[in-house]
Design a protein around this ligand. Sequence first.
Ligand SMILES: [Zn+2]
Length: 342
Amino acid sequence: MSEPDEAEAERAALADAAEQGIHRLAIPTPFMVGRVNAYLIEDEPLTLVDSGPNSGKALDELEQLLAGRGHRIEDIGLLVVSHQHMDHFGLASILARRSGAEVAALDALAPYLAGYGQETDLDDAFAETIMLRHGIPSEVVTALRAVSAGFRAWGAAVQVTEPLADGGELRLRDRALRVLHRPGHSPSDTVFHDESTGTLLAADHLIAHISSNPLLARPLSHVPEPGEPRPQALLTYMDSLRQTREMDLRLVLPGHGAPIRDHAGLIDKRFRMHARRAEKIHELIAAQPRSAHEIAQELWGNVAVTQAYLTLSEVLGHVDLLLRDGTAREEERDGVVRFAAA
Ligand SMILES: [Zn+2]
């Protein structure tokens, strides 16, 4: 589609959502991804799905966007959290305090949100172990620890008052939303399906303009033991996408960017991209065994250093595809893993 067509399609899709009482509020974030989409559902109670990061700027803009629709923060009765990333839930704590709103999130995510500070310490420790094991130099790991600590305040602990079960229903006066756990981008990704309209609030599970990265994260339930197999985020994510692909959807409202009409076509495109990337990685390890960090450097150069964890997650995800298909194997020496063609 040309750009004017795309803008027109976006306006039409947002108008479609608005007719259902769902309004996109794009909130600024300090992250590369740009704005995050919160969705205001004008129903009873007044509901906000995701809220933006914990910052004065995000709060100001949210307040103005709400006012533009005739609402105050104090009017919000329900806050819904889609997943554990701070650009989505960071403001929830302040909003809950000011409005007295209930906070709904997947039951397995509730302890994480309540213990945000300690939980992110555990996340960082997990990430460091993974990075060292996959060839990222220790000075880079140390530098990244400081970056992560600097970002932490964009999130804030929040108490979940309405834990949601996977497969359960979130009932508002005028609609029921089916709660579906779709892990992969993060362990807690949750999507909300209005079966009567075919609308899906998808957060970062599916985004039109960027491929959602399956970030390698520790399981929500525990801290992995040494020697425990690492989680396979991309395989998990692709299973989740396969489930979403089978759904009958008219409109997907993502956590960033424009609404999606053809979810099946977009998911197929993602599958092809992942297959191509796995193939490319297979060529690299067929030439010589390499650590995941060395593979990332081959693919992305210096970005593999500045975005070491992100690119490492990308590589490991695709290596997992090769390991599953039996076309790669893992060799460990002196605590560092290298991958070779099998
Ligand atoms: Zn996210």
